[in-house]
Ligand binder design. Structure first.
Ligand SMILES: Nc1ncnc2c1ncn2[C@@H]1O[C@H](COP(=O)(O)OP(=O)(O)OP(=O)(O)O)[C@@H](O)[C@H]1O
Ligand SMILES: [Mg+2]
Length: 270
């Protein structure tokens, strides 16, 4: 089921990847020395693909995501969006972080938070339409005039996701976005993201510590390992669509993937 050779990329859509990492290396300063954080990361993300990334703490997942979003410069290799090399944060790639409470502007309404990234560059009509569409995608149409502090944690995270969606990104990069949510909210957010992907064709790169979440959401799972972090293995997840919280998680294949990914995260090199 898994493939150790992540450079042999899948056929469908591979000729038109939304996003690509070619032999990416990131080195950062650590106590006056350059420390290599990730190396030799090569990946294609297809249009509309849901790619999940797992790995032990410190394997460089966040660093990789920041490099993919143009926030951290690469020390080697390149990141390409629609075949064009990144030289800063690109317009059609957005990052959603875990910490939704700091990400939202508390003095702005939900609608005005969602408008934040587009209000300066689009006319009012277009902004209004996009805000309504994005709030509908995450099921918050009725909360447009609320303030973030009036919402639950899960709703605040949905506002952050709506804000990202309003940018109509080609690629959405997410760093453990549901880590702080309770199990039920997390499950409904997972399904919401899959619906958004189905409706918009956005590609997702989604980091999580939760192996079941990685299997449930992923078309493929990338396992990072080591220091510097490298791709240990890539799994193609052949679970039937649409995924369902109860029946998918009970499939024998689901349990097999969960086991195999668990093994890959823990397995020593060599
Ligand atoms: N700005 C930075 N400067 C120097 N070193 C950094 C910086 N950011 C991260 N590191 C180091 O890079 C390594 C990988 O960190 P990173 O945050 O990417 O890991 P991670 O896989 O996201 O971990 P976690 O699962 O705990 O979030 C760690 O050893 C960390 O100390
Ligand atoms: Mg991290």
């Amino acid at each position: 089921m898994g493939s150790a050779d992540h450079r042999s990329e899948p056929g469908a859509g591979a000729s038109n990847p939304a996003f690509e990492c070619r032999s990416v290396i990131v080195e950062l300063l650590h106590k006056y020395n350059r420390k290599r954080i990730i190396e030799n990361i090569s990946l294609l993300v297809r249009s509309g693909e849901f790619l999940t990334i797992v790995g032990a703490s410190g394997t460089g997942k966040t660093t990789l995501l920041r490099a993919m979003g143009g926030l951290t410069p690469t020390s080697g290799g390149s990141v390409l969006v629609h075949g064009k090399q990144l030289d800063g944060p690109p317009d059609d790639v957005v990052i959603v972080f875990q910490d939704y409470s700091n990400a939202l502007l508390q003095w702005r309404t939900v609608a005005s938070n969602v408008a934040f990234g587009i209000e300066r560059r689009l006319d009012r009509k277009e902004v209004g339409q996009r805000v309504r569409d994005a709030l509908a995608l995450v099921g918050l149409e009725k909360n447009a005039e609320d303030y973030p502090w009036q919402l639950s944690g899960g709703m605040q995270q949905r506002v952050q996701i709506a804000r990202a969606l309003a940018l109509r990104p080609a690629v959405m990069l997410m760093d453990e976005p549901f880590a702080a949510l309770d199990a039920m909210t997390k499950a409904s957010m997972q399904d919401e993201l899959l619906r958004v992907r189905d409706r918009t064709g956005t590609s997702f790169v989604f980091i999580t510590h939760d192996i079941e979440e990685a299997v449930y959401l992923g078309d493929r799972i990338v396992v990072l390992k080591g220091s510097p972090g490298r791709i240990e293995q890539v799994f193609d997840i052949g679970l039937p669509a649409p995924r369902d919280q109860l029946s998918t998680r009970q499939l024998p294949q689901f349990l097999e993937y969960r086991y195999a990914v668990h093994q890959a995260i823990g397995r020593e090199h060599g």
